[in-house]
Design a protein around this ligand. Structure first.
Ligand code: ADP
Ligand code: MG
Length: 535
């Protein structure tokens, strides 16, 4: 009698085992890295992404490209995660992170071909990553918040080659001013810098507003357009008669009763507005609604009001104007009011916005990006965010490194030296780790139309000769001391790249079995990794 088969998994589960699983995952990771490669560096190209609904994004930003691509392959998705982590941790360096991870895996494949076991490779990679962190902290240079010029150079390095290139000096100035203004003893919170966009004018008109710009118009046309010397009330309750939580019935049997009832409502509103007036406020930002009658009374009193202001904006307004968000009308007094030189309604093309400007020592402020089209503005926003991320990262740790590939070459050189102290096979892995880092300067050169091999050879020989800051200056397409050329980046970009790229490479290398259920009817199951849309 035949033995009964043992059934572990349902029939529709697919499985890739051993080498095939590894190769499939590595291939996917390589493809992701390949996708973003041409965007790296100041001479990198942009990509145009078109969504199913025909929305267009034109960008050079690694994480944006990968997020928009709707990648499905599980290993490729892990690569996208690296970019996202890089984006949240630093805000820049996303392309670099994905490329290093892709190259680590590609190089690991070579070692696998030489019959080196994955655990040896992962151990070597781990050792190399640790050593890199050590070398990085040795090379990094210290800066202080007073080094404004250096901070500006860091912002400019972040924006070089993006849509923001033409106005990068203006932007760098704005970024550094903004970051220094919102810095407190507690540190720097990126959330305190609001980015608002306005279509119309050119990108060079982008401005730093010492206050908050709200994408809101005043609730009534009868309110003043401009309020100077603004005294601002911030309230998070509505200026209307509260709707009862549960349905209530009111029985009214005569016109008299109806009138009484309405009078009563009116009186309540009137009392509310009286309290606002008594506080001395001439501007009011309300997180909830303001009903018609309240609007009328406010306008009559010459008070500027906006309603349904987002909570996040309310908090920024508080930090900016020095006011307090009040939750109970009885608590509203002159002490709770914020102040600003001016509150103003401004029309730009189709948009009407409220500017709160001229705040004294604002702890939250706005970068208002101007630009001709939405695509331009969006790309500028991404570039400015890279700049902000880099300046904040530099200030937080106070440590920076030379860019233009100099740091990668130096890391690779010292890693190789370190490799000599290891056993044969791990040494090979460390060597491949070093090669992966050199992929960054090689690609910077290639994207600029230079010969990557020539560039790498010269860079390596100059580093061997002790020029540890020799890197590619792509303003001149020349190898020189990039520290002097002021091509600078925060240390944090590099430490984060090494960390997340190594982690993901190791994670993918350790997989030798992919089990995928083939998707049940409600679509919750996993699908077998195909190559998505790139086959
Ligand atoms: P990422 O998404 O990784 O930040 P970028 O396209 O912003 O990718 O490119 C960053 C790389 O470009 C860094 O290695 C940086 O040192 C380099 N870079 C920036 N400006 C210059 C320059 N003027 N010359 C050479 N390299 C530069
Ligand atoms: Mg960048």
């Amino acid at each position: 009698m035949a033995e009964k088969p043992v059934v572990l998994m349902p029939e529709d589960v697919q499985r890739i085992l051993g080498k095939d699983a590894q190769r499939n995952n590595i291939l996917a990771a390589k493809m992701v890295a390949e996708m973003v490669k041409t965007t790296l560096g100041p001479k990198g190209m942009d990509k145009m992404l078109v969504s199913p609904t025909n929305d267009i994004i034109i960008t050079n930003d690694g994480v944006t490209i990968l997020e928009e691509m709707q990648i499905e392959h599980p290993a490729a998705k892990m690569m996208v995660e690296i970019a996202k982590t890089q984006e949240t941790e630093v805000g820049d360096g996303t392309t670099t992170a994905v490329m290093v991870a892709g190259k680590l895996l590609e190089n690991a494949e070579k070692l696998l071909d030489k019959k080196i076991h994955p655990t040896v490779i992962t151990k070597g990679y781990r050792l190399a990553a640790e050593k890199c962190q050590e070398i990085l902290s040795d090379i990094a240079l210290r800066i202080t918040p007073e080094d404004e010029d250096i901070l500006k150079q860091i912002a400019m390095t972040a924006m070089t080659g993006k849509g923001a290139e033409d106005a990068k000096e203006t932007f760098a100035e704005i970024i550094v001013q903004a970051v220094k203004q919102v810095q407190t003893e507690k540190g720097i919170d990126l959330d305190d810098i609001k980015i608002e966009k306005s279509k119309g004018n050119g990108i060079k008109d982008t401005e730093l507003i010492a206050g908050i710009v709200l994408d809101k118009e005043k609730v009534s046309q009868d309110m003043p357009k401009i309020v100077e010397n603004a005294k601002i009330a911030l309230i998070d309750f509505s200026l209307e008669i509260k709707n009862p939580e549960i349905d209530t019935k009111i029985s009214i049997s005569s016109p008299e009763q109806l009138k009484n009832f309405l009078d009563q409502e009116e009186r309540t509103i009137k009392e509310m507005i009286e309290k606002v007036k008594d506080s001395g406020a001439n501007v009011i930002f309300c997180q909830k609604g303001i009903d018609d009658f309240a609007q009328y009374l406010l306008a009559k009193a010459g008070i500027y009001a906006c309603r349904r202001v987002a909570r996040s904006d309310m908090e920024k307004l508080a930090k900016s104007t020095g006011g307090k968000i009040v939750s109970n009308l009885n608590e509203l007094s002159s002490l709770e009011l914020g102040s600003a030189e001016m509150v103003e309604e401004v029309k730009h093309g189709d948009d009407t916005m409220t500017y709160v400007r001229g705040c004294q020592n604002p702890k939250a402020l706005t970068i208002l990006i101007h630009g001709g089209t939405e695509h331009v503005i969006d790309e500028i926003e991404r570039a400015i965010k890279d700049g902000l991320g880099d300046v904040i990262a530099s200030l937080k740790s106070g440590l920076i490194v030379p860019g233009g590939g100099a740091i990668e070459i130096e890391l690779a050189r010292r890693l190789r030296e370190f490799g000599h102290s290891l056993s044969g096979r791990e040494q090979l892995a460390v060597e491949e780790f070093a090669n992966a880092l050199e992929y960054i300067p090689a690609t910077l050169a290639e994207n600029a139309g230079m010969d990557p091999i020539d560039v790498l050879t010269e860079l390596k020989s100059r580093h061997d000769a002790g020029e540890k800051n020799a890197g590619l200056n792509l303003f001149k397409n020349k190898i020189e001391n990039v520290l002097e050329a002021r091509i600078l980046e925060p240390l944090k970009i590099k430490t984060q790249v090494i960390n997340s790229a190594t982690e993901v490479a190791i994670m993918i290398l350790r997989i030798d079995d992919v089990i995928a259920s083939s998707g049940d009817k409600d679509g919750k199951g996993m699908r077998m990794p195909s190559m998505g849309g790139y086959e």
